[in-house]
Design a protein around this ligand. Sequence first.
Ligand code: FNR
Length: 354
Amino acid sequence: MSWVDDLEHRARVGLPAYVAGYVAAAAGGGECLAEELAGWEALRFRPRVLTDTGDVDLTTTVLGTPVRTPVLVAPMAQQVAAHPDGEAATGRAAAAAGSLLGVSTNTAVPFADVAATGAPWWYQVYVMADRGLTRLLVERAAAAGARALVLTLDTTALATDAPGGQGVEPTDWPPGPARARATALTSEDLADRDQGATAMARDLDADVVGWLAEVSGLPVLVKGVLRGDDAVRCLDAGAAGVVVSTHGGRRLGSSVTALRALPEVVAALDGRAEVLVDSGIRSGAHVAAALALGARAAFVGRPAWWGLAADGEAGVRSVLDRLTAELALVLRQVGAPSVRALAPDLLDPATLPA
Ligand code: FNR
């Protein structure tokens, strides 16, 4: 059992079953998530010798923001169900680890509390049916100090939309303190809006990227990209980069994996923009492989959520520090003195998904 499995187990013990089920949930029969996990695990390195790895340099920048580790915290909803401080605890941990966090549209923690942690943060956007509400949110996030927007585009359907689908969205949860307020919107913001104003928009076109950049004044990363041609369309529409992601296998069971899509997206963008990745990353070796394949940084999702549930701020900190320490060790072992030295030739191509 890996330490992440152990952490999941410890987190689950203290959580109501419906919360634990929501976090672990995967789309379809779980085949995409299973393939993500197995895919990263199956990769093998081709270590180099005679390189000076006395000091390994893990520092990098993401969209111009310096970080001490390329292990970042993915935007995740319902963090107050893991710990009452939610993203404030996650932010303090990210600040201490020299990392960065994504903050979900569905956060229950005020932006000011996230900003007070001192961690750099990006605001994740689900565009709402009422664009005016989305505009309010991104303007507030920008004013509070968000350094970029992460526009998630893979959520055109939820598991609850499936015939008979149930139990994996917080809307099904019993009301109570564990269920986060849907958004950082106030009841005044919501007065006089149409029914369904906060529902996710399903009619988006490429113009939304430029619109978000314009109203926020921030760079926009598009999350949920799994094709090279889409990555190019996003850039043409004004995106500063993309996050290759299957949402942790939570959106389409029969989807291609993020690991499989990453080389295609990196090749299509050809160094013109930053590419990040997530889904199924559970060790420093997985992070090293992601960077070797061309990712600038990797997000971790569930492990950070489980750390928060098990041990609060210290739990998230421990996840980030542990993954970062593992990454440093792998760099030494493969003969890479810095994260910039990670390149595709360090991986055995026979172990990449076909
Ligand atoms: C998520 N994810 C997510 N993504 C997003 O863009 N907005 C969101 O609100 C959420 N909420 C959310 C909640 C929970 C409980 C999980 C587990 C995930 C997806 C997240 O950002 C990321 O893509 C995946 O979690 C990465 O996969 P792993 O690391 O969890 O396997």
